[in-house]
Write a protein that binds this ligand. Structure first.
Ligand SMILES: [Zn+2]
Length: 205
């Protein structure tokens, strides 16, 4: 952080991959440095957002967390998605950012609810592009997540690799709308379409 920053620049702050590993003193030094460039925006991102809670950030900082799913998957030492979500809700900072990358199998209503409580101004969504074989969500879910977040998140960034997932969405043969899954069946979600949410007999529930 020794260089000069230009006004209007958007600078991603990364330290050994994850700022939460930075020592307190070093972290404070970074924050002090960002306040010297009020016209530059600094984007922080971590898997341990509880780390933000004891510190104060100037308004030109955007505080981010990675929440790749609401579900816990093994193989990470990071705090659980639920605790990351809670820390981001608790965080009283004007500018928040959420990275859903690499997006992993999730519960749609939970993710939408979490994001609505956090209130990020930017959400970035990306796929697993390194062939890690992570449990990926169904394509229609990713599509629906982007659509629903679009109602209240000012800026959604789709990483280029997301096309690989979104390219697999099923479309209605009649109207071309994306098909969504309801009670185990793929149905058309277009109200004006003849195939709109075909009712499922009660005996099959
Ligand atoms: Zn249709």
């Amino acid at each position: 952080m020794s260089k000069k920053f230009k006004p209007g620049e958007f600078v991603a702050v990364s330290l050994m991959g994850d700022i939460s590993f930075a020592q307190n003193e070093e972290f404070q030094r970074i924050i002090d440095r960002t306040s010297k460039f009020p016209e530059t925006r600094f984007l922080f991102c971590t898997k341990n957002p509880a780390r933000y809670l004891s510190l104060e950030f100037p308004d030109n900082c955007v505080l981010g967390a990675t929440i790749e799913s609401d579900v816990i998957y093994s193989g990470t030492k990071a705090p659980s998605p639920m605790s990351r979500y809670k820390a981001m809700v608790q965080l009283k900072h004007l500018h928040k950012f959420i990275s859903i990358e690499p997006v992993m199998k999730f519960d749609l209503s939970t993710m939408v609810y979490w994001m609505s409580r956090i209130g990020p101004e930017i959400v970035e969504i990306g796929g697993d592009n390194y062939g890690h074989g992570l449990p990926e969500p169904e394509p229609w879910q990713v599509w629906a997540l982007i659509k629903q977040l679009g109602k209240f998140v000012p800026r959604i960034i789709q990483k280029p690799g997301l096309d690989r997932i979104l390219g697999k969405v099923e479309r209605c043969g009649l109207c071309g709308e994306v098909m969504i899954k309801i009670i185990g069946s793929m149905v058309c979600d277009n109200k004006t379409c003849q195939r709109y949410r075909q009712p499922v007999p009660k005996s099959r529930r």
